[in-house]
Each structure stands twice: as structure tokens, then as C-alpha cells.
Design a protein around this ligand. Structure first.
Ligand code: CA
Length: 237
């Protein structure tokens, strides 16, 4: 099966070199020189892996990632310049999977792209065999932070939106701790989106409960703590 990679990079020389290397490594490479073109190709082309430069003219890589994550869980490898320390941290928070700092060796790039693809396509067995992949297990749900994926005990996937996933992960990382709506809002929506009303948290939590609770009208997993907020039920000991 052909493995497809989308490269979003405005530097034509770099894009040429990277494309050539990946082609030799067996990849079918599509190149986009702008963020908006990249976003369109993620939606239409359904690549297996995306390599995304952060410094792009117009729509930057971080914005492309945030937009892409609304509808796609495709593995994203960020390319960053050395001066963009903060950008790469932010990039991973926005749903990027890995990053490489320029200048990088093409051999390293190929290794990272292959690893991302393997992780994303390997399914449960490969993920469990790969000790490096972090995961959070709560009440029969296995949450993979890097792939932003949730599996039930029977191996079936719980299909969550990006926001629902972030809410669940936030609650699950600190099982039993009560989070206020304000805290949950801050976990999900970055600076500049503070106008989002607290009610939005209830809406997303409602959708999340529909997907993970046995009886959403009587939540057993995501509990409401009257006057304080929400928490994920502690594990029985
Ligand atoms: Ca660039």
C-alpha cells in the first residue's frame, strides 16, 4: 500500500530536498507551499503523515495544525527554526505529534516520519508493544495522548472531537481531582478564546458523556461536583 506524506513548507529548496529523500524512502510525497493549501490537502488528500513547517507566510503552521485537528487525527511532524522554542511546545499542545529543529539530517527526518506512521497505523497491539507510547487507562478506557485516540476495553474506538478528547484527558490525568469550569475552559481553549462562555464546557462535557457513559443521564465516570465543577471518578482500590 502506498504511504502518502504531505509536506507543507514554503522554502522551495528545502522542500525539494526533503521530497527527494522521502520519495527514495518509498513515500508518495505531495507538497504545499502555503498553510491554506496544506489545510485543503489534509482534508481532501487524507495523507498518512503531515510534515508541517511552523514558519509559513500567511496562515502559520500552528494555525494549520489547530484547524486540521478539528477533523483529522493524522500524525503531524512540525519543522521549526531554532528561534522558535516556544512555538514547538505550543505546537505539541495544539495536537502536533513530534517536531524536528532545522537544520536536520534527512536520515533523521525519514526515521521520525516512519515512526509516526507506524505508531498511528499499528493499532492496539503495536501501541502496547511500543513501550514509549504514553497512555492513560481509566475505568476500561485507554487514552493515547499522542495519537489523541480512545479505545474501549473491547478494542473499539470511542470517536471524540478534539475538544471532548482534551476534556477527557485533562480529567483523566488527575483522576479524582475536581476541576472548575474555568479550569476546564483554560485546558481546552488557548489564550484569545476566553470569550467562550462557561456554558460551552457543559455542552462539550454532555457530548463526551453521551460517548463514554453507560447511561449518560446517570454519569458514573465524569461526575458533577455541585458548586465546584467536575471530576473523573477515582479508581476503586
Ligand atoms: Ca518556513
Amino acid at each position: 500500500m502506498t504511504r502518502r506524506v504531505l509536506l507543507v513548507e514554503d522554502d522551495a529548496d528545502l522542500a525539494y530536498g526533503v521530497s527527494l529523500t522521502l520519495c527514495r524512502d518509498g513515500w508518495d510525497v505531495t507538497h504545499a507551499a502555503t498553510g491554506s493549501e496544506g489545510l485543503r490537502l489534509i482534508a481532501e488528500g487524507a495523507p498518512d503523515v503531515v510534515i508541517l513547517d511552523i514558519g509559513l507566510p500567511g496562515m502559520d503552521g500552528l494555525t494549520v495544525c489547530r484547524e486540521a485537528r478539528r477533523q483529522s487525527a493524522v500524525p503531524i511532524l512540525f519543522l521549526t527554526a531554532r528561534s522558535e522554542e516556544m512555538d514547538r511546545v505550543l505546537g505539541l499542545e495544539l495536537g502536533g505529534d513530534d517536531y524536528l529543529t532545522k537544520p536536520f539530517s534527512t536520515r533523521e527526518l525519514c526515521a521520525r516520519v516512519r515512526a509516526l506512521h507506524r505508531r498511528a497505523s499499528g493499532g492496539v497491539v503495536a501501541a502496547l508493544a511500543d513501550g514509549r507510547e504514553r497512555r492513560v487507562v481509566v475505568h476500561g478506557l485507554t487514552i493515547y495522548p499522542e495519537r489523541r485516540k480512545v479505545l474501549r476495553q473491547d478494542g473499539s474506538e470511542v470517536h471524540l472531537t478534539n475538544t471532548e478528547f482534551t476534556l477527557l484527558l485533562t480529567l483523566a490525568r488527575r483522576q479524582g481531582r475536581v476541576f472548575s469550569r474555568q479550569e476546564l475552559m483554560e485546558a481546552v481553549w488557548e489564550e484569545g478564546h476566553r470569550f467562550v462562555v462557561e456554558h460551552a464546557v457543559n455542552v462539550h462535557l454532555g457530548h463526551l458523556r453521551e460517548k463514554v457513559e453507560r447511561d449518560p443521564s446517570r454519569p458514573e465516570l465524569i461526575l458533577t461536583v455541585r458548586g465546584a465543577g467536575f471530576k473523573l471518578r477515582e479508581a476503586e482500590r
